[in-house]
Design a protein around this ligand. Structure first.
Ligand SMILES: Nc1ncnc2c1ncn2[C@@H]1O[C@H](COP(=O)(O)OP(=O)(O)O)[C@@H](O)[C@H]1O
Ligand SMILES: [Mg+2]
Length: 145
């Protein structure tokens, strides 16, 4: 898969990319998000939820690691693994059930559990752009090129 870089995107454009990715999502799709604090990972996740038709309010799962939403065209699994430093094997077996399950998984701080993210995942990095309030978004397979 070719890596695509979008530069200096407004928040609306970041949300548009998320919605485009979500439109292609199917059962077992995994979006692995990377980027620092305040980069826009939750913004991206919420736009995916919206595009899937999730009607519940999506809030950050920082303290629960995962939140599930059932109201969209596919189940939506929102992970935030910021607090995982050393992935626990047993916990990761639980995660696999979601990643390979019936829904769409979006994982914030996916680099913290890189070894446990399925090979077919879409990796999306969000970095601060060159202009104020903009972001650079890189979408690819996550393989070194
Ligand atoms: N171009 C942009 N893309 C995404 N977020 C932006 C952009 N410009 C400003 N923001 C703001 O940056 C913040 C990103 O926060 P959040 O999505 O919670 O980050 P993260 O989950 O990566 O820590 C939001 O307050 C959002 O309104
Ligand atoms: Mg977040």
């Amino acid at each position: 898969m070719k890596t695509v870089v979008y530069k200096n995107l407004t928040e609306e454009k970041v949300r548009e990319i998320a919605k485009r990715v979500a439109a292609e999502a199917k059962a077992g799709s995994v979006m692995a998000l990377t980027g620092g604090l305040g980069a826009g990972k939750t913004v991206f996740a919420k736009a995916v939820a919206e595009a899937l038709g999730v009607t519940e309010t999506v809030t950050s799962p920082t303290f629960t690691l995962i939140k599930e939403y059932a109201s969209g065209r596919l189940p939506f699994y929102h992970f935030d693994v910021y607090r995982i430093e050393q992935p626990d094997e047993t916990e990761m077996i639980g995660f696999q059930e979601y990643f390979f399950g019936r829904g769409v998984s979006v994982v914030e701080w996916a680099d913290n559990i890189r070894a446990f993210i399925p090979g077919g995942a879409l990796w999306i990095d969000i970095a601060f752009g060159g202009e104020p309030e903009t972001r650079n978004v890189t979408v690819g397979s996550g393989d070194a090129e």
